[in-house]
Design a protein around this ligand. Structure first.
Ligand code: SAM
Ligand code: SF4
Ligand code: SF4
Length: 379
C-alpha cells in the first residue's frame, strides 16, 4: 500500500497545535501521551499490541525461519537509511498508544543486534497510555547476547523478555540454529535475564515434527518448577522460504496429551484478552505451560496485534502480503495528527483472519500467496 491509498492519504490537521514536520525534534513529539480513541477494526477488535521489528538481520540461521539456502552471503538485507530511526519508531508507538496499544514488543530478525537498542527502549519507556500508565515493553530474542545485555536492557526500562529455545540438546540446538551456537550460552542468558528482573520469562519452542518433537517432554520436565514458562508454538506457514507442510505441524492437542500423560495437566484461564497461548497448569502446582495453536485452533477472533516492519510498513496480520507504508508518511512530513488518522484508517478497515481461513485454501493457493518473511516482520 502506498501514500495514494485512501486508507493512509494524509488529511488536514484537526487541531491547531498539530505537530510541526521537522523529523524527531518537535515539541509535539516530546509529548509522551496523546488523547485516546476507541478504535476497533471491522470485526470489532481493538488495537492493543504493537510488535516492532527493529532489524531484519540475525546471527542465527534457524532452519525453519532463515534457511541458509535463501539467507546466504549474497542476501540483500536493508540498508541503514531504510530502517526506521528510533525517533520514527517512537513517534509511531506514541500514536499507537493513543489508539489503545498497551504493549510493545521489540523483535526482528534478532533485536539485540540493533546498535543502541537501550536508547530506543529508554525512549519507549517514556510513553504513556491515554490514562497515564507506562506501556509494557517486551522483547523476543534468540538469547545469544542476553548474558551480556540483560542488565543494560533492564536499566533502560525493558519490562521482560521472551527467549526462543527449540532444544536442550546441544548438537540439535547447533544444527537448528545452523551457526553452531551452543545452547549453554542461551541458558546462561536466560538466567542473566531472570537475575536482572526481566521476568516473568517465557521460553518459546517451535515444534516441527521429525525435527525436535522428541524434545517436547524433556523440555517440559526441565522447566517444570522453574521460574520460566515454556510455550510450544505450532510450526507456521509464514514467509515463502521454509517449505512448510501441514504434515510437519504437531497439533497443540497432541503436545498437551503427550506431556499430560507423564506430568498431569489441567486447563487454566487466560490472563489477558487476546492472549495467543492457551495455558495449562501442572496438577501438582509446579507451574504451567502454554500452547500457541496458530494452525490448528486459530485465535483471529481476538487478535489485537499490529506489526511494524523494520522499514516502517504496518501489517495488520502476520500473514499479510503487504503493509501500509508509514515511513513514507513520516518522511513526507506528516504531522502527528496525520499519522494518528492514518493509523486509525488502517485499523478501522482491517478484516484479517488468515488462520481461520487457512484450511479452506488449497496448497496451491497458499503457495501462490506472497507472504512476508518472519525475520522481516517479526514473530
Ligand atoms: N530472533 C528472535 C527470536 O528468535 O526470538 C526474534 C524474531 S523470531 C522471527 C520470533 C519468533 O518467531 C521466534 O520465537 C521463532 O521461533 C518464531 N518463528 C520463526 N519462524 C517460525 C515458524 N515458521 N513457525 C512458528 N514460529 C516461528
Ligand atoms: Fe533469527 Fe529468530 Fe529467525 Fe532464528 S527465529 S533465524 S533467531 S530471527
Ligand atoms: Fe491475527 Fe492474522 Fe494471526 Fe489471525 S492469522 S491471529 S488475524 S495475525
Amino acid at each position: 500500500m502506498t501514500l495514494t491509498d485512501p486508507a493512509i492519504a494524509p488529511a488536514a490537521p484537526t487541531t491547531p497545535d498539530s505537530a510541526p514536520t521537522d523529523p524527531g525534534h518537535s515539541r509535539a513529539r516530546t509529548i509522551t501521551r496523546l488523547p485516546s480513541s476507541g478504535l476497533t477494526d471491522r470485526r470489532g477488535r481493538g488495537l492493543r499490541d504493537l510488535r516492532i521489528s527493529i532489524t531484519d538481520r540475525c546471527n542465527f540461521r534457524c532452519v525453519y525461519c532463515m534457511p541458509k539456502s535463501v539467507f546466504g552471503r549474497d542476501y540483500a538485507f536493508l540498508d541503514r537509511d531504510e530502517l526506521l530511526s528510533f525517533e520514527e519508531i517512537t513517534r509511531i508507538a506514541r500514536a499507537a498508544a493513543a489508539h489503545g496499544v498497551e504493549k510493545l514488543r521489540l523483535t526482528g530478525g534478532e533485536p539485540l543486534l540493533r546498535r543502541g537498542i537501550e536508547e530506543l527502549i529508554a525512549q519507549l519507556a517514556e510513553l504513556r497510555t491515554p490514562d497515564g500508565r507506562p506501556l509494557e515493553i517486551a522483547l523476543t530474542t534468540n538469547g545469544a547476547a542476553l548474558a551480556v545485555k540483560a542488565q543494560s536492557l533492564r536499566d533502560a526500562g525493558l519490562s521482560r523478555v521472551t527467549v526462543s529455545l527449540d532444544s536442550l540438546d546441544d548438537a540439535r540446538f547447533q544444527a537448528m540454529n545452523d551457526v553452531k551456537f551452543p545452547v549453554g550460552r542461551v541458558l546462561d542468558g536466560i538466567d542473566a535475564a531472570h537475575a536482572a528482573g526481566l521476568g516473568p520469562i517465557k521460553l518459546n519452542m517451535v515444534v516441527k515434527r521429525g525435527m525436535n518433537d522428541d524434545e517436547i517432554l524433556p523440555m517440559a520436565r526441565h522447566f517444570k518448577g522453574t521460574p520460566y514458562t515454556l510455550r510450544f508454538i505450532e510450526y507456521m506457514d509464514v514467509g515463502n522460504s521454509n517449505g512448510w507442510s501441514l504434515d510437519e505441524v504437531v497439533p497443540s492437542s497432541e503436545i498437551v496429551e503427550r506431556i499430560g500423560r507423564e506430568l498431569p495437566l489441567e486447563p487454566a484461564a487466560p490472563t489477558a484478552p487476546g492472549e495467543t497461548a492457551a495455558r495449562w497448569r501442572y496438577a501438582d502446582g509446579e507451574g504451567e505451560i502454554g500452547v500457541i495453536s496458530s494452525v490448528t485452533n486459530a485465535f483471529c477472533g481476538t487478535c489485537n496485534r499490529a506489526r511494524l516492519s523494520t522499514e516502517g510498513k504496518l501489517f495488520t496480520c502476520l500473514f499479510a502480503t503487504d503493509g501500509h507504508d508509514l515511513r513514507a508518511l513520516l518522511r513526507g512530513g506528516a504531522s502527528d495528527d496525520e499519522l494518528s488518522q492514518a493509523l486509525g484508517a488502517i485499523w478501522g478497515t482491517r478484516d484479517d483472519r488468515y488462520s481461520e481461513v487457512r484450511s479452506s485454501l488449497t496448497p496451491e493457493l497458499r503457495a501462490s500467496r506472497q507472504r512476508v518473511e518472519m525475520s522481516y516482520i517479526g514473530g
